[in-house]
Design a protein around this ligand. Sequence first.
Ligand SMILES: *Cc1c(COP(=O)(O)O)cnc(C)c1O
Length: 815
Amino acid sequence: MFADKESFKQAYLMKLLEGEGLTLNEATLWDKFSALVILLKEKISMYRAVNRNSQSLVKQVYYFSMEFLIGRLLLNYLINFKIEDLVREGLADLSIDLDDLLEQEADPGLGNGGLGRLAACFLDSMAFLGIGGHGNGIRYKYGLFEQKIVSGNQVEVADNWLTNGYPWETCKPEEAIVVKLKGNVRTDIIDGRLTFFHENYESVLAVPYDVPIMSYDNTLSINTLRLWSAKPICGELDLACFNRGEFNLTSSYESEVETISYILYPDESSRAGRELRLKQEYFFVAAGLGSIVRDYKKRHNSSSLQGFSRWVAVHINDTHPVLCIPELMRILLDEEGLGWNEAWNITVNTISFTNHTIMPEAMEKWPIDLVKSLLPRIYLIIEEIDRRFKEDLKRRFMDDEETIGNTQIFKDGYVRMANLAIIGCSSVNGVAKLHTDIIKNEIFRDFYRIFGYKFNNKTNGVNYRRFLLAANPKLSHLITDAIGPNWKEDAAELKKLHGLKDNSSFLEQLAKVKYENKCRLVERIKKTQGLILDPASIFDVQVKRIHAYKRQLLNVLKIMHLYNKALNDPESLTGSHTFIFGGKAAPGYHYAKTVIKLINALSRKIEQDPKVNKKLKVVFIENFNVSQGELIYPAADISEQISTASKEASGTGNMKFMMNGALTLGTLDGANVEIKEAVGEENIFIFGLNAEQVLNYTRNGGYKSWDEYHANSVISTCVDQLRGGFFENMGEEFRVLYDSLLIYNDEFFVLKDFPSYIDTHKKLQALYLDQKSWNRISLVNMAESGVFSSDRSIREYADGIWKIKYRNVNNLTSH
Ligand SMILES: *Cc1c(COP(=O)(O)O)cnc(C)c1O
């Protein structure tokens, strides 16, 4: 890449000069950052160009996702190229601090949370494993809002991440695709064949912006994240309009079009019943498939798509891109002239689907009228898919009323997107073992009887090179010193850490690194929020989206209980505790916003109480995002993973904490179950109802939250404190939380799990006093975290779903 420091410096100074015509003295920090990015981007393009010619044709994977939460790239790419030190020193010679440049980079908020972050982790692992795997998504002009806390409340600020431009992207206007909306469909018999013509449609131009995806130490495999931006088509028609003086018509069309890629919908689990969202979904599906088909024909030098599914896999991340199914059918039928059966086989064999949720209210569905008017041809195709599916059920004697009711695509005036996905793809996977079991046996039981062969599990994983290697440099050095460097390419190598579990000096070094990471976070919070934290206290952390099922409220009630106890008996608290929260609430989600307010009210209450404020502290970290996560996960002692069992599909935060040595306090939900399998029950702290018990209550009733309230004065005291008097100047603010627990019978079993949560937390508190045992458990968690690398997930997707080869990393690491 760069022969040495001097040649880097030379190339870098040239880049500054070429790009903006700037000398070092004239350049701003942004210019300096931007020049470094462009220099790297060009190197990456060069590697791609060199390797493209030497590569034979291989199957390509396209990962369609409404969200990609990629985080900042610069540091990761320097690490991936193994040039961080060289660049840091070279820049230092020029009196530039690399860390200042890193801070210039925007953290693109093109996702809400776990689902979007998973897509980003998968892009890295596909590139790492040498798979031709590309992302396809939307280039939102405004990402997820930036969160500010003003007098305890969440305030949303627009995330204008493109103001300075985004130097990682390259616009490819010559590869734009025309997307057609609205209009009507005319049919005609042409050469004895029923033919469909989409007429009077509105055209939207989809313009791609490509971000190169390059992973650790693998310049052979450079992939692309292609993000689409909507632009009006400036054709002659518009000009004619304009000339006639119909300015308004033109400009309203223009602004309407541009709103398609304007904002990311800020909620991952309740459907915004908005036409714009459906437009977004079709927009990036049609653009993505259009460009894939064009590219396929070029690469294969073929005008036919008959071999398409052998060479192309399209994966859809949740149901948002499910229109891939009817859209690919449309291309094959209307543009390529294939018959239904042939088109259907190609489509089903090309597409695979990941389900992310089991909450019925979060299942995506669209009003039939809306689909019909916005996507008239797509609607007809969905109708035909549904008709043929039901015919097939009849042939197989599975057409009883209940099965049809549960599986058909249309119901009560809606198109059910998950049903369309399952019928039209070759593979349906859940994201953790427990989640997949629930899919098979509960929510999609009937589909599982019909299409049992399609269902499979692919437990989530995370890019540990981002969340451990890059985010926790001190721990990474320690690990490399102990077990050598191969763990950076093969996460299973982390198991070698077991060999150090009786090495007191190593365990002490681990504790020291944790302490230093806590100091790093303390510094940051002091700088950004003016709060002073004690790095010697236990950092007990819950960072994730704020949601009723994730039960931040349970955590708050626990802290209220500890506070109450400490007031009566200050000695009851062993050690001092810092409770850290972070996470965004959807702007329209009143309950979640109230939880944020409650956390901040409790924080203030405790802070102002000299009897306890030395031992207890509560902080809410503003604007939790990937960059914040990279500071927070390495600094945690306790990882709070306390969702109501059966509700969290997998979780990935749990994995990031674990690999950084935090101990999990959690329920048997999502991937926590597999973390327990990996580390053994003595190395994880589990409490509460299990999924079966929760599902039983939900099915058969029998839970009364008032009973828990009356049976236990610890519970009633804390719950009553939500009702006024306890928090200064607060009236009925927290009523919605109180009511959820008692008036609406505690849907998420907060009170039911409260006593066992308190007990289990108490055990952890006692354990912390025994530092040696604590550090040993921490070590076991790191050692067993390798299985939660997204490299492992992607190998399983490649073997089981995409049927595609990847590079063998074991061979690589032996050299
Ligand atoms: C990992 C991650 C998440 C997912 O966290 P969970 O605890 O699994 O809900 C959400 N947001 C960001 C920024 C993340 O990095």
